[in-house]
Design a protein around this ligand. Structure first.
Ligand code: IVH
Length: 705
C-alpha cells in the first residue's frame, strides 16, 4: 500500500458527527470506516482552528469527535490509523506566526553512536586543524535535551525577539508566547553585549507533562505523546495566555549573533550566560580527551533515568571558539560538534502483516504492520523492514512475535524475531518480483540491496509519491496543497506532473464542485500556488526528488549551476556527459553514484519534459552566495600541493565560505590555482592555460582583504 486508503469516501469532514453505536457492538469494517471519517474530520477542524483561525464547530462538538476517536481506537487497537489524530506529532504547521530570518543559521547536529564514531570525529577535527598529537584539543560534553530549539535575541540586554528553528534559516516568531515563559529571562543581568542571540532548548519536565496530560484528559482535550510534543504544542498557541498556563523550562547552550564575544571558550560562554540569568545544564563539563568524554557520556547515561526531563544523548563541542570558527560547518551541521546518541529503546509485539510500499524512486520497501505498542513514550504501529535481504537474514515472518526498537526520531525497526513463539504453520515471506502497484517487473540490479519498479514515472505509485515529495515542507511547501489533496487531484486526473499544479487555476469551477472547497479556500489555495511561482533554485532542485539529492546536495548544485538553464544544458542528452560527471564529482560531497543518479534522472525523457514543463511555469531565484562581495566570490579555485598554514579541507571550506567554487581539476574555467609546496602537474597545466597561479601567501593576502 503506497498511500492511505480512501480517507473519507462520501463523508463530508466539515459536517461529520460522531457515531452513536457503542464500539463493542461494532465490527471491524464499520469501525475502520468510522475511524477514517473521524481522522479526516478532525484534521479538517484542526486546520480551521489552528491554521485559518476560523473554526466551524464548537469546542464541545470537536471534543466529542476526539473522544469518539479515542473510544473506537481503545476497542480496536489494531485499527489505529497511521494518520490518527491521537498519534499526531505536535501541533499542525502554525500559519498564524510571522517568519523570522535568523541572523546566523540555526544548525542541527551530526550523530555518532559508537566509541569509534567519537574517535573518528576527534581525528577528523585534528586533521582539519592540522593539530599534532601533542596539541591540546579539549571538548565540552553536555546532555542533549529532547525539546525544541529557540533563538532569543537581546538588544541592550532586553529580549526583543524569540524564534523557533524552522528550517534553520528561517523560523517562526514566537516572541509574544515566550514573554510568558518564566524560565526565559526577559532582561539580562550584568553587562551583556549590545546584541546577543542566545540559543537553547525549550522543554517540559516529565512531571509537568504528566500533570498536563491528566488535566487535558479530564477536559477531553488533546493528549500529548511525549514531553517534547507537549512543549511544542504549548509554545505554538495562538493565545499567549495558554502558553503562560503551561510550565516550560529552558536551558541555554550556544550563541547566535553577538556584537562582542562573550568568552574564548564554550565553557566560559556557558558560565557567562549563567551569570546573565540563564539556566545552564549542571552536567555540562569540559574534558581534555576522548576518554574523558566517553566517561562523562556514561555518567550522564547513568543519571538519565533520574533526571526530571528527557534527554536523548550527549553533545560534544570543541571548547575553543577560535577552533569552532575555523572548523565552520558542512551542509547544516557544525564540524565542531557531535551528538552521541543513547542506544535505542526496545519493545516486543506481534507482526500482523508485511506490506510493500513503492517510493518515489521506485524502491520497493517492506513495512511491518504491528500490533500497536508503546516504545519510549510513543505508540508504534509500523516499522521499516528495509529490504528483502533484511527480511531473509532475520527470517521475519507474518505472525511472528518481534522485538522492535526506536531511537529519537528515526523510523522504528524490527530488531529480531522471538523464534520460540513462532506459530507452527508460519511460512517464509515471499518478496514480490513485480511492482504491487502497477505490475511492472521489479528488478534488483546486481550488487544493490533495493528492488525497484522499472516503470519510472509511468508507475502511478511512483508518480504519486513523487508529487507528494514535490509539495512537501522543504520543497514547494504550498499551503493547502498537501499529500491529501495530491491524492485527490491525481485521482481526478487533474495533476499528472508538477507543472499541472500551476494550471489548477484553470479548474476554479471544478474545484468549487468538490466537498470542502468554498470560495475562500479556493482563493487561498490558488493564491498560495501563485506565490510559489517564484522559487529558490535549491528548493526547486530538491523538489525534483532525484535519488540521493537531499536538501544539502540541492544547495550545492544550485550554487554550482546558478540557474536551471545551466543545469539543464550540462545534463542534456547531447551534452558531454563525461565532462559533466567530472564537473559534478569535483563538487565537495558529490560522489560517483550521486552524479550517476543525476545524469540518469535527466537522461529520462519523461523526467526531462516534466522539468521543462515546470520551468516554463516558474521564475527561479538564483541562490544566495555566502558572501557576494569577497574578492573570490564566484571565482573557481583549485588547490594543489601541500599548504603549510592549514589543511586542504580547511582551505577549501574557507574559500567556499567566501563564495568561491572549489574544483579538483584545472581547466580554462579556473580563475586561480593556489599552489602549495611540491605542486606538480596541475601547476604546469595552469601555466599552459594561462591561469593565474598564486603562492600560499598570495592567496592568504587576497582573502584577508
Ligand atoms: S548545540 C551548532 N547543544 O539538538 C550547535 N543542541 O539534533 C547546535 N539540542 O537543533 C546545537 N541539546 O535543538 C546543542 N546541549 C545541546 C543540545 C542541543 C539539545 C538540540 C538542538 C538541535 C538538535 C540537533
Amino acid at each position: 500500500m503506497a498511500h492511505q486508503q480512501d480517507d473519507n469516501g462520501a463523508v463530508d469532514p466539515a459536517t461529520l458527527r460522531p457515531g452513536t453505536l457503542p464500539p463493542e457492538q461494532m465490527d471491524e469494517t464499520a469501525a475502520t470506516a468510522e475511524l477514517a471519517g473521524l481522522a479526516a474530520s478532525i484534521a479538517f477542524h484542526d486546520l480551521r482552528y489552528h491554521g485559518e483561525d476560523d473554526p466551524v464547530i464548537s469546542d464541545a462538538d470537536y471534543d466529542a469527535l476526539v473522544a469518539r476517536n479515542r473510544a473506537l481506537e481503545a476497542a480496536f487497537p489494531a485499527l489505529v490509523r497511521e494518520d490518527s489524530p491521537s498519534l499526531r506529532v505536535g501541533a499542525p504547521a502554525a500559519v498564524g506566526f510571522g517568519k523570522v530570518r535568523h541572523a546566523r543559521p540555526m544548525l542541527s547536529l551530526n550523530n555518532g553512536f559508537t566509541d569509534e564514531d567519537i574517535e573518528d570525529f576527534a581525528a577528523r577535527i585534528r586533521r582539519f586543524l592540522s593539530l599534532g598529537e601533542d596539541d591540546e584539543l579539549a571538548f565540552t560534553a553536555e546532555p542533549k535535551i529532547d525539546g525544541l530549539s529557540l533563538s532569543l535575541r537581546y538588544e541592550g540586554g532586553r529580549l526583543v525577539q524569540a524564534a523557533t528553528r524552522g528550517d534553520g534559516a528561517e523560523g517562526e516568531d514566537v516572541t509574544a508566547n515566550i514573554r510568558m515563559v518564566d524560565a526565559v529571562p526577559q532582561s539580562l543581568a550584568g553587562s551583556p553585549p549590545l546584541v546577543l542571540e542566545v540559543r537553547g532548548e525549550l522543554y517540559m519536565d516529565k512531571a509537568d507533562f504528566q500533570a498536563l496530560n491528566a488535566s487535558q484528559e479530564a477536559g477531553g482535550a488533546k493528549i500529548f505523546a511525549n514531553p517534547r510534543n507537549a512543549a511544542a504544542g504549548s509554545l505554538r498557541q495562538k493565545d499567549p495566555a495558554v502558553t503562560a498556563s503551561r510550565r516550560l523550562q529552558f536551558f541555554a547552550y550556544s550563541l547566535g549573533e553577538a556584537s562582542a564575544p562573550l568568552a574564548e571558550t564554550h565553557m566560559q560562554s556557558l558560565g557567562a550566560l549563567g551569570e546573565m540569568g540563564f539556566s545552564i545544564n549542571p552536567m555540562s563539563d569540559r574534558r581534555a580527551d576522548i576518554a574523558g568524554l566517553l566517561e562523562h557520556y556514561l555518567a550522564i547515561g547513568a543519571a538519565r533515568p533520574d533526571l526530571g526531563y528527557d534527554i536523548d544523548g550527549v553533545v560534544y563541542k570543541v571548547d575553543r571558539h577560535d577552533y569552532q570558527e575555523r572548523l565552520g560547518q558542512v551542509a547544516r551541521a557544525p564540524r565542531w560538534a557531535l551528538a552521541h546518541k543513547f542506544p535505542a529503546e526496545q519493545a516486543e509485539t506481534l507482526l500482523n502483516a508485511i506490506d510493500i510500499q513503492v517510493g518515489r524512486t521506485g524502491a520497493l520497501t517492506p513495512v511491518a504492520r504491528l500490533q500497536p505498542v508503546t516504545v519510549g513514550g510513543v505508540v508504534v504501529s509500523n516499522a521499516t523492514l528495509h529490504n528483502e535481504d533484511e527480511i531473509r537474514r532475520k527470517d521475519i515472518r507474518v505472525g511472528d512475535r518481534v522485538v522492535i526498537q526506536r531511537a529519537g526520531d528515526v523510523i522504528p525497526q524490527v530488531v529480531r524475531v522471538i523464534t520460540e513463539a513462532r506459530p507452527a504453520d508460519s511460512a517464509e515471506f515471499a518478496f514480490p518480483d513485480s511492482c504491487p502497484e502497477c505490475g511492472a517487473p521489479a528488478i534488483r540490479p546486481e550488487g544493490e540491496a533495493v528492488r525497484r519498479c522499472t516503470n519510472s514515472l509511468e508507475c502511478p505509485a511512483q508518480r504519486l509519491e513523487w508529487l507528494k515529495h514535490f509539495v512537501s515542507r522543504n520543497a514547494f511547501d504550498i499551503e493547502g496543497l498537501g499529500a491529501r489533496q495530491i491524492d485527490q487531484f491525481v485521482e481526478l486526473g487533474w495533476i499528472e506532473r508538477p507543472a499541472d499544479i500551476f494550471r489548477l487555476g484553470e479548474r476554479r469551477d471544478a474545484l468549487a464542485e468538490l466537498d470542502g472547497y468554498g470560495e475562500v479556500s479556493i482563493s487561498n489555495l490558488l493564491a498560495a500556488i501563485e506565490a510559489r511561482r517564484e522559487i529558490a533554485f535549491e528548493r526547486m532542485i530538491f523538489a525534483l526528488g532525484i535519488r540521493q539529492v537531499g536538501q544539502a546536495t540541492a544547495r550545492l548544485l544550485a550554487l554550482h549551476f546558478d540557474s536551471p538553464g545551466a543545469m539543464m544544458a550540462a545534463l542534456a542528452p547531447d551534452a558531454d556527459i563525461e565532462a559533466t560527471i567530472a564537473e559534478l564529482i569535483a563538487i565537495d560531497q558529490v560522489g560517483d553514484s550521486m552524479a550517476a543518479d543525476l545524469v540518469g534522472f535527466f537522461a529520462n525523457e519523461t523526467n526531462r519534459s516534466a522539468v521543462e514543463d515546470l520551468l516554463a511555469q516558474l521564475s527561479v531565484i538564483p541562490p544566495e552566495r555566502p558572501s557576494e562581495d569577497s574578492p573570490v566570490s564566484g571565482k573557481t579555485i583549485v588547490f594543489t600541493g601541500t599548504l603549510s598554514g592549514m589543511s586542504r579541507a580547511e582551505a577549501k571550506a574557507r574559500a567556499e565560505g567566501l563564495g568561491a567554487k572549489v574544483s579538483g581539476s584545472v581547466s580554462a574555467k579556473t580563475d586561480y590555482l593556489v599552489a602549495g609546496a611540491d605542486a606538480g602537474s596541475k601547476a604546469r597545466k595552469a601555466a599552459e592555460l594561462g591561469v593565474t597561479v598564486l603562492a600560499e601567501e598570495e592567496w592568504l593576502a587576497l582573502i584577508s582583504d
